[in-house]
Design a protein around this ligand. Structure first.
Ligand code: AHR
Length: 306
């Protein structure tokens, strides 16, 4: 701190605190709300001066706020990239300004030398977990198992990787077929809208794989509106395990959830302190997570924080 304008630890003049500029994806889901809360609460606890912006799921907004953080000479920049591509220029600008960048939650396809570290889940593994569950659930099927997939935001790391992990895993049983796959942008409203169309176009759907709880919850509304029973007439698997998802899982309206933890704040603040002090960071930090059946969801529901 101390307000030195051209030092790495300059930050806000006179505050003496480390200044972290954080660009969030948006407020598209329950997961995102929990992630934002975790970042804000952890910054306050760690005594870090947090500058927060919400990009509303638009890359151009994220690039603009990262540029503004560079101009303000924050100590560290962190962001959760909406999409994987298109970050080289702005990452080079941060590097030229000697401001370390921490990726949280989502990956970029830029060279790893352009950022300090990346903390977040293994999205491929999450897709594989759902795939393994589906193989087991439908192992005795003698005919085709029709699967529809609600994908996350087009071009985002979780949408790309969850699809990849899921589809590669179910490929071992030729009965399991993805008959339709469309983006629902990780939102409840889009999940409902797209599921409505999928139900109209496909008379027999056995399984819905939604890339997050929110799209699954939106789809449940569409399934009920079509006179079908979610979790029974159409099996449903999702990713995240936020409270609303876990509630539907415990009620057997969802059949399986692979967890994706949004609680990245505390670790992010530790990394921010190290980065501001110029300490070397591990390039990749993978979040620990688990999976839930309806019974497991019922057991942990009352103590679920988010
Ligand atoms: O990047 C994590 C994903 O983004 C979550 O799974 C989803 O709910 C959120 O919108």
């Amino acid at each position: 701190g101390g307000g030195g304008e051209d030092t790495a630890s300059g930050g806000e003049a006179g505050s003496g605190k480390i200044v972290l500029g954080f660009s969030q994806v948006g407020s598209e889901s329950g997961w995102r709300a929990a992630n934002t809360k975790s970042v804000k609460d952890s910054a306050a606890t760690a005594g870090i001066d947090l500058k927060f912006s919400d990009a509303q799921q638009k890359q151009e907004n994220q690039i603009a706020s990262i540029r503004s953080y560079i101009q303000q000479k924050v100590d560290v920049i962190a962001f959760s990239p909406v999409v994987v591509t298109g970050w080289d220029a702005v990452l080079k600008e941060a590097q030229a300004a000697k401001i370390p960048v921490i990726l949280t939650d989502r990956a970029v396809d830029s060279d790893a030398s352009l950022y300090a570290t990346f903390i977040g889940s293994d999205f491929v593994k999450e897709g594989e977990e759902v795939g393994k569950w589906a193989l087991e659930e439908f192992k005795s099927a003698t005919g085709p198992v029709n699967i529809v997939q609600l994908e996350g935001t087009v071009g985002s790391a979780p949408a790309i990787d969850r699809k990849k992990g899921f589809e590669a895993t179910i490929a071992s049983n030729p009965n399991l077929k993805v008959i339709a796959s469309q983006s629902g942008d990780f939102t409840r409203a889009k999940g409902k809208e797209v599921m409505q169309a999928l139900l109209q176009a496909n008379p027999k759907i056995d399984l819905l794989f939604a890339h997050n709880d929110d799209m699954g919850l939106g789809a449940i509304e569409a399934i009920k509106a079509a006179g079908l029973k979610p979790g029974t007439d159409i099996k449903i698997a999702t990713i995240d395990a936020v409270k609303d998802g876990m509630t539907a899982l415990a009620a057997n309206e969802i059949n399986f959830i692979a967890e994706c933890s949004p609680l990245l704040g505390e670790q992010l603040m530790e990394l921010t302190k190290k980065a501001a002090a110029g300490e070397p960071l591990e390039k990749r930090i993978v979040t620990k997570e688990t999976t839930f059946t309806p019974q497991q969801a019922a057991e942990v529901l009352s103590t679920r924080q988010y």
